[in-house]
Design a protein around this ligand. Structure first.
Ligand code: AMP
Ligand code: GLY
Length: 435
């Protein structure tokens, strides 16, 4: 069969690479894809943008695509699953209605409050005056979040009243985030370690994927500005067997029951970003899709046929899904363009890609494109060099070894991805539930 992957980042390269390995799949189409998917055996890029819903539908009908997997949140929030379903096409992801869990932070917070899902205390404001009143009541530091989708940039941690007023004004005036900022969520600041807990969900049932942890800050030691993610690894030893149970019981199960009872039945990847606070896990955000870069290490460890699994779920047989994981650790290091997450240059030739041998290391592309026969940069996060190893340290060393040999002008990466797990490897923390 033909499978269509919507999107063009590192997550979509990993999804396409994995889909192409399925014996059920004859060809994988990626819209629009990147230079990595262009070079992947069994995969073909099609020049249709991820947010061009009618173009995507036309492509799927024209090519007799039997399964579509949606990578990013934007087409989900725009209703791509609804559109495909109306035409009888199988499309894995939540409906537009259910995607509100990610596309509106105010919706998500009210939903969590209503269904008793642990999260930071919050208020929602539509004016600067109201926002400042709420901010004073919550106390500093606090977190301001533009309500709508802002490509990971709508979250600002503020330390004092002056800064809060400025950020509220930027967000609410529509200058910083357009319509996404017409409401602002004001949130209590939480302290702790973060983990990503991702499940495959259908209605009130879920199959957890392997645990993972993302490094969101730009600089070594988890310092500097927030980014889309500078690297990730799986499994995340911080997610002990007990915490895994707790996340299912306190977060995933009530969320899926709540979505169903509120009339927004959820099918797709459900991603809970959680802060592990001294008072227990609290949800920072829900995403209605697979994480990027978490997908890259997670799929590198998945032995099962992803396509067979997603078809089972769409056929209403999620209860029969069993996932088989490679016991090794997979760790991915993002190579980014100098300046990211602010402005950066594009079009820089990338060298060293052909040096990497197939096997324990896989270079997933994100912001890359072909310029004639040359692969060049086209985004802030350019590559995710992902390696398997018998320990976090070994996976990290392998990934770093190849990261250092691949490059382009002004490339940078973090050399400490996985550092929290390495502290635990040496016996300081909890055991991995999957080993
Ligand atoms: P979000 O998109 O809501 O996950 O926020 C992006 C990042 O901002 C998170 O991964 C955290 O690192 C940070 N963050 C968000 N909310 C909070 C909070 N309430 N307290 C502390 N940090 C937060
Ligand atoms: N890695 C975080 C995200 O995908 O939103």
């Amino acid at each position: 069969m033909k499978v269509l992957i919507i999107g063009g980042g590192g997550r979509e390269h990993a999804l396409a690479w994995k889909a192409a390995q399925s014996p059920l799949v004859e060809q994988v189409l990626v819209a629009p894809g990147n230079a990595g998917t262009a070079g992947e055996p069994g995969v073909r890029n099609v020049d249709v943008a991820a947010d061009d819903l009618s173009g995507l539908l036309e492509l799927a009908l024209d090519q007799s695509v039997e399964l579509t997997i949606v990578g990013p949140e934007v087409p989900l929030a725009a209703g791509v699953v609804d559109l495909f379903s109306e035409r009888g096409l199988k499309c894995f992801g939540p409906t537009k209605d259910a995607a509100q869990l990610e596309s509106s932070k105010a919706f998500a917070k009210d939903f969590m409050a209503r269904h008793g899902i642990p999260t930071a205390g919050y208020a929602v404001a539509e004016s600067v005056d109201e926002g400042m009143r709420q901010a004073r009541a919550i106390g500093f530091p606090l977190v301001l979040k533009a309500d709508g989708l802002a490509a990971g940039k709508g979250v600002v941690i503020v330390d004092d009243e002056d800064q809060a007023e400025k950020v509220l004004d930027d967000m609410l005036s529509g200058q910083a985030f357009g319509d996404a900022g017409h409401q602002v969520v004001i949130e209590e600041f939480l302290v702790g370690e973060e983990a990503s807990f991702i499940v495959i969900a259908d209605g009130d049932q879920a199959v957890p994927l392997a645990s993972s942890q993302d490094h969101k800050r730009r600089d070594e030691g988890d310092e500097g500005p927030n980014t889309g993610g500078m690297g990730a690894y799986s499994p995340a030893p911080v997610v002990s067997a007990q915490l895994h149970e707790q996340l299912i019981d306190q977060v995933i199960a009530p969320a899926l029951r709540g979505m169903t009872s509120d009339g927004h039945r959820f099918t797709g990847f459900l991603y809970a970003g959680v802060m592990l606070t001294p008072a227990g896990p609290k949800v920072l955000e829900f995403n209605v899709r697979f994480g990027d870069p978490e997908t890259q290490p997670i799929l590198m460890r998945l032995n099962s046929d992803l396509i067979a699994v997603l078809l089972q779920v769409l056929d209403g047989r999620i209860d029969q899904v069993r996932l088989d994981w490679d016991e090794r650790t997979a760790l991915g290091i993002v190579v980014a363009a100098g300046g990211y997450p602010e402005a950066y240059a594009k079009g820089r030739p990338i060298t060293g890609l052909d040096l990497v041998p197939p096997g324990q290391v896989k270079v997933f592309h994100a912001g890359t494109r072909m310029d004639g026969a040359q692969i060049v940069t086209s985004g802030g996060r350019v590559l995710c060099v992902t390696a398997l190893g018998d320990s976090v340290a070994q996976a990290q060393a392998r990934a770093l070894n190849w990261t250092a040999r691949i490059g382009f002008e002004d490339a940078f990466y973090r050399s400490d991805i996985g550092h929290r797990a390495m502290g635990r490897d040496s016996g300081l923390g909890t055991r991995d539930p999957e080993s």
